[in-house]
Write a protein that binds this ligand. Sequence first.
Ligand SMILES: Nc1ncnc2c1ncn2[C@@H]1O[C@H](COP(=O)(O)OP(=O)(O)OP(=O)(O)O)[C@@H](O)[C@H]1O
Ligand SMILES: N[C@@H](CCO)C(=O)O
Length: 322
Amino acid sequence: MAVYTDVPPDELSRFLGGYDIGEPVSCHGIAEGVENSNFLLRTTRADYILTLYERRVVPGELPWFLGLMLYLAQRGLSCPRPVADRAGSTLGHLAGRPAAITTFLQGTWPRQITPSHCEAVGAAMARLHQDGQGYTAERRNGLGPAAWPPLLESCRAQGDQVQPGLVAEIDAALATVLPSWPGQGGHPALPRGQIHADLFPDNVFFIDDRLSGLIDFYFACTDWLAYDLAIALNAWCFDESAAFCPARAQAMVRGYESVRILTEDERRALPVLATGASVRFTLTRLYDWINTPPDALVTPKDPLDYLARLRFFRAHPAMEWL
Ligand SMILES: Nc1ncnc2c1ncn2[C@@H]1O[C@H](COP(=O)(O)OP(=O)(O)OP(=O)(O)O)[C@@H](O)[C@H]1O
Ligand SMILES: N[C@@H](CCO)C(=O)O
């Protein structure tokens, strides 16, 4: 469960006193998620999400994330809208952590993924990419290709305990992906902008079959737009046994292109971007797998799920399904 920090009731009352959001009725920890502590905060006026920032988030970057969510929400994208306190600030401090209150989004994330979900995600992502063009402050992708070799180094000694040969397989993937990355060694740069960078099924809410909103912008960054699509192809377009589902992938690209047409360079780069995205999630999961103590509150996610995707994308560099 992801509630790392308990909030003493008197501290919560003092904190909420700084906001004009009605009187608190209840505040319960939410079990889902692994990164931050999230609470469902009910007040006499509405439901909100209270987030205490814990792990990978650098406090100095929070204004960028909150600013992006506010910017996108103001342009009509359905995402959590940061709530300002009486002094106008969306970022506060609670129980020793940076903290923010955002609006609550209705809906639930899909447990049984269909091509129709994928089409809706593709379209919503393209809208985010278009709307994000006006948010000009940049945030470097701290988990982009430059971060992968050091991440692998930090896992080198123990990686093969997870699966024999794993480290060599990631080494081999990096040796082909890094020199072929857009913008490297003669490979064309691609359209850039604000990307979500973690648009997994548990970050997309639906009401019935209608997409109701996107959450969890704390990996968002400024990067190749098509890399976001590559991440989502990894996250949405494989079944439980890690078999690729071409109908989902085609639907996702169709949905994306119903809003924004991919350039020829972006289409050509998709295989390397998708392979890189598999490496990224294999590595971050592997790091967590090795470094999460057995008595931790959260269960680390399985790195081998993404190794299976990595193998698929390496074996299908032509993306014949596209
Ligand atoms: N704005 C919101 N509206 C409704 N529910 C929300 C909202 N934000 C978060 N939640 C709930 O809290 C859960 C965890 O949120 P979130 O995914 O942001 O956490 P996290 O710890 O950053 O997780 P992750 O492991 O996905 O990075 C969500 O699955 C959802 O149930
Ligand atoms: N979406 C990531 C978790 C970090 O939010 C994963 O599934 O590895």
